[in-house]
Design a protein around this ligand. Structure first.
Ligand SMILES: Cc1cc2nc3c(=O)[nH]c(=O)nc-3n(C[C@H](O)[C@H](O)[C@H](O)COP(=O)(O)OP(=O)(O)OC[C@H]3O[C@@H](n4cnc5c(N)ncnc54)[C@H](O)[C@@H]3O)c2cc1C
Length: 417
């Protein structure tokens, strides 16, 4: 019997893999997706996506928990600043359902979905890739002309290629607890906590998904599990939420890579989403970039199939395109992260009071010029805004007065590097 060789195999069925298999399924039915999870898409996440992601890729209204048009920012002095925009800047979604909807559409287009099997090896030959996958009972091999690696942080498989892995120092640590609150609507909007209590370059959040379910989490360069435990005590005291010791056993932790791999392709291989380190560095949000990278990967595979050439030169077009679309934002976002998360608590208190309690500044911060998806560009718009510059320059505080010129200098340095 002639060996069957698929056009493409997608490893991993998170948001990146789901988008990839769905877009591929519009081109060819000779494709498969493999994921070891029982429930596809069920990886630790808060499920917040910006309006740009929704506008570009669409969303089924039934999977939106909340439109996020307001948030409270809580500074180290525990002052609360309420921000409200005219239109939602982001959506809190059921991410599991988002992933599964895409995969189900791919299934309808005849894509093969292989669930509860883990890919254990990828071997390249001149004419194809052999992908080994197994569960407890059996081991199988599938052959394909190309492969999209969408395995998130678990990207040991790249060791089989000529690619250096993600660096540990470029991975943030996230921890989150999902709880059912005894009192519905005790917290009605997202709350973001900033300052040194959340570890080096960290922040905390409480996000209501439905009227009685809350996500409490932290993202930090330090050990997130220890920090979330302290954060939970604060939340329990302040918001009268009851969290039992047994609930704490449900804290989950996972990493977020914020700097891309140097090389995200090889012969017959493209790496997308978290596996490639394609994430918004300021917030650690990766769903949007996983969609963008998967879409570009499929365009590259489509071209390779057309010319029947999957070599490095053809595959390199993928990296060129994602660099063009999101490369600058990721590079500059990383530098901006170091600046924004570098303020000491005193300065943060001072700065939040000056900016977030000023109506004009808050309005500009929430205007169209600031986007949940392009942080660096939004920051650039903010510090070059004439009205903002006037307000800061009139401040009686020297540190506030000099802040914008200092940030501008750093911003210009950023652009030069
Ligand atoms: C605490 C926390 C909160 C977050 N909140 C947000 C948020 O609000 N908004 C946002 O945009 N992003 C958020 N993120 C980041 C977001 O979750 C990721 O960026 C996103 O999931 C990346 O998608 P992905 O498909 O690349 O990877 P993943 O979602 O990790 O999917 C990878 C898939 O590959 C499968 N897999 C791995 N190895 C193998 C293998 N060998 N064989 C078969 N299958 C395999 C896994 O089972 C998994 O399903 C958060 C992350 C954390 C940790």
């Amino acid at each position: 019997m002639k060996k069957q060789v698929l056009d493409c195999v997608v490893v991993g069925g998170g948001p990146a893999g789901a988008r990839a298999i769905y877009e591929l399924s519009k081109i060819t039915p000779n494709i498969a997706l493999i994921d070891y999870r029982e429930t596809l898409g069920d990886k630790l996440c808060t499920g917040i996506i910006g309006i740009e992601c929704v506008e570009k890729y669409g969303i089924d209204k039934n999977i939106i928990y909340q439109e996020a048009d307001s948030a409270d920012i809580i500074n180290p002095a525990k002052d609360i600043f309420h921000l409200k925009s005219e239109k939602p800047k982001a959506y809190i979604i059921d991410r599991v359902q988002y992933v599964q909807n895409l995969i189900n559409q791919a299934k309808t287009n005849n894509a093969k979905i292989i669930q509860k099997y883990r890919v254990t090896g990828i071997n390249q030959t001149e004419d194809e890739v052999a992908i080994s996958f197994s569960n407890k009972e059996e081991e199988k091999v599938i052959y394909s002309k190309s492969i999209i690696l969408a395995s998130g942080l678990e990207n040991k498989l790249i060791n089989e290629f000529n690619i250096s892995p993600l660096k540990k120092e470029n991975i943030l640590n996230g921890s989150q607890l999902k709880i059912k609150s005894k009192y519905p609507n005790v917290i009605s909007n997202t709350k973001v906590f900033i300052g040194s209590n959340y570890g080096f370059q960290g922040f905390g959040w409480i996000v209501p998904t439905s009227n009685d379910e809350l996500l409490i989490g932290v993202l930090t360069r330090d050990k997130s599990k220890k920090i979330i435990t302290e954060f939970i005590s604060l939340v329990t005291n302040k918001y009268n939420i009851i969290i039992n010791e047994s609930d704490k056993k449900n804290i989950k932790s996972w990493g977020i890579p914020i700097k891309p791999l140097k090389k995200t392709y090889d012969n017959r291989l493209l790496i997308v989403g978290d596996a490639a380190g394609l994430v918004k560095p300021i917030t650690g949000g990766g769903i949007y970039y996983s969609q963008i990278s998967a879409e570009i990967a499929v365009k590259t595979i489509k071209n390779a199939l057309k010319i029947n050439n999957f070599n490095c030169v053809v595959m390199a077009n993928y990296q060129k395109e994602w660099e063009k679309q999101i490369g600058d934002e990721i590079n500059r976002g990383n530098k901006l992260r170091d600046t924004l998360f570098g303020f000491e608590d005193n300065m943060l208190n001072h700065l939040t009071k000056f900016t977030l309690s000023n109506k004009l500044i808050s309005k500009i911060l929430l205007s169209k010029s600031s986007s949940f998806d392009n942080h660096f560009q939004s920051f650039a718009n903010f510090i070059t805004n004439e009205k903002i510059n006037n307000l800061f320059s009139k401040s009686k505080s020297d540190s506030i007065k000099t802040l914008i010129p200092n940030l501008k200098k750093k911003f210009l340095d950023n652009l030069r590097n």
